[in-house]
Design a protein. Structure first.
Length: 236
């Protein structure tokens, strides 16, 4: 039996504050909280700007600054700020960094999804006497939903994969195994942490993909992922 397999069979690794269930729970809690907070900010703003077709380029340029700054640099910048205002280290600097990571894809896709809705459908809705609010919520948002949800899925996977950096500033999660394993020269522990992060990212991708299929009508889902990527690429 290899040391990597043996690590998962040790009972102590499945109990207590450093056990796999607890570390997975910490990772999921922070990742889910960050994605929800990012979506609350990015999606409505992208939808409104996409509907008005004004200010999108400038807003996307500003939001995409988050892509140019490494996540670890954001954590390092946020750490003294969170300590100064009493939030401490660990959770909040990590949360701040991954929220900034989640904002660009969700905002960009929300904007392009609404802006890219078929103009004939929008004009027809307006011709029927629908208000701008009714056009937005009844036509543009349902038709743009596949692209928006695809962005949420991408952002969630990125957050799950990046959150382990938080272990460098005292946060828990699955990154704890990687950082502690490196410090202890315990390669099975490092491998276990990396494998668990990868599995959680895959499960996140699959889980949100299944949620998309359950939430969206079959006709709306016909907007393929390739078309969603093409819409997002049109803004870059």
């Amino acid at each position: 039996m290899t040391p990597f397999v043996h690590w998962f069979l040790v009972g102590a690794h499945w109990h207590g504050s450093d056990g796999i269930p607890q570390r997975v729970l910490e990772h999921v809690e922070l990742s889910a909280f960050a994605v929800v907070c990012g979506a609350i900010v990015a999606v409505p703003l992208g939808v409104l700007l996409g509907h008005s077709k004004r200010g999108g380029f400038a807003a996307i340029s500003i939001v995409n600054i988050g892509r140019a700054i490494p996540s670890f640099a954001i954590i390092a910048i946020a750490l003294p700020i969170t300590i100064r205002i009493g939030l401490g280290y660990g959770f909040w600097p990590t949360w701040f960094a991954v929220v900034l990571l989640a904002l660009p894809p969700m905002f960009t896709n929300a904007f392009t999804a609404i802006r890219g809705v078929d103009g004939d459908a929008v004009d027809s809705a307006r011709g029927m006497g629908l208000t701008e609010r009714e056009v937005l919520l009844g036509v543009e948002v349902p038709l743009g939903a596949p692209v928006i949800l695809a962005a949420v899925r991408v952002a969630a996977v990125q957050v799950v994969a990046t959150a382990p950096l938080g272990a460098l500033v005292g946060w828990g999660g699955l990154g704890r195994y990687i950082i502690d394993g490196l410090a202890q020269f315990d390669m099975p522990k490092v491998f276990a942490g990396a494998l668990l992060v990868a599995l959680l990212a895959v499960l996140t991708e699959v889980g949100i993909g299944l949620a998309e299929r359950l939430l969206l009508p079959a006709g709306v889902r016909r907007l393929s992922r390739a078309e969603a990527a093409e819409l997002a690429a049109s803004t870059t």
